[in-house]
Design a protein around this ligand. Structure first.
Ligand code: HQG
Length: 180
């Protein structure tokens, strides 16, 4: 049943971002696992799927959540980890403005403390307003914060682009945030 693409995608997110140990797997320092190991461990833990099932999920993932290595042997989550990983991304100059979608109930705390990665390794930012609305909706009534990425960059804060195009940074101090 895990070959249902949505279910398999959720399973892969769980294992590759948060709890690889639930199936006796460990991520390497950059978040990769060997696909054959993943398939074998998952099957032993009661979640059987084939290489073709996996490739289907990778290819059709709306957010391109998973990256297969160039040699085709390994897979990792592009971003969203709570497990400590060093994705090995190169710092990049961001667009002048990025967006962060959140829920209205978090805004007061965010404007006081800034954006923090919470349970994940980094803060996730969107290129466009519409994507940010969808990210925020996952948490409740959505609201979009405008991030002055150009000013952060000038101040020496670093930005990265995940394999799937999501912009990442460690924290966003409140002075770079406006509700817009
Ligand atoms: C909020 C999804 C209070 C933050 C999406 C967010 C994304 C604060 C929540 C990816 C805070 C954390 C990540 C502060 C931040 N006080 N609340 N100081 N700082 N927050 O899910 O960005 O579908 O960990 O605003 O598309 O919502 O899983 O982060 O609301 O790319 O592939 O704390 O997950 O992708 O929530 O989402 P999350 P996120 P997937």
């Amino acid at each position: 049943m895990a070959s249902d693409p949505v279910r398999l995608s959720k399973f892969l997110s769980l294992v590759l971002r948060h709890q690889p140990e639930t199936i006796g797997l460990a991520l390497d320092a950059r978040g990769w696992v060997v696909i054959d190991d993943l398939i074998a461990r998952a099957a032993a833990a009661g979640t059987a799927f084939s290489r073709a099932d996996l490739e289907h999920v990778v290819a059709t993932s709306d957010k391109k959540r998973f990256t297969v290595s160039e040699d085709g042997q390994r897979i990792r989550a592009a971003q969203g980890h709570s497990v400590a990983v060093e994705l090995g991304l190169t710092p990049r100059e961001p667009p002048a403005v990025l967006y962060h979608g959140t829920a209205t109930r978090f805004v007061e705390a965010i404007m006081a403390q800034g954006l923090k990665p919470q349970s994940r390794q980094q803060v996730h930012l969107s290129l466009d307003h519409a994507t940010a609305v969808n990210v925020g909706r996952r948490h409740g009534k959505p609201i979009v914060l405008r991030v002055d990425a150009a000013a952060m960059y000038r101040a020496g804060l670093r930005f990265y682009v995940a394999d799937n195009g999501v912009w990442l940074t460690d924290v966003v101090p409140p002075e770079f945030l406006t509700t817009a």
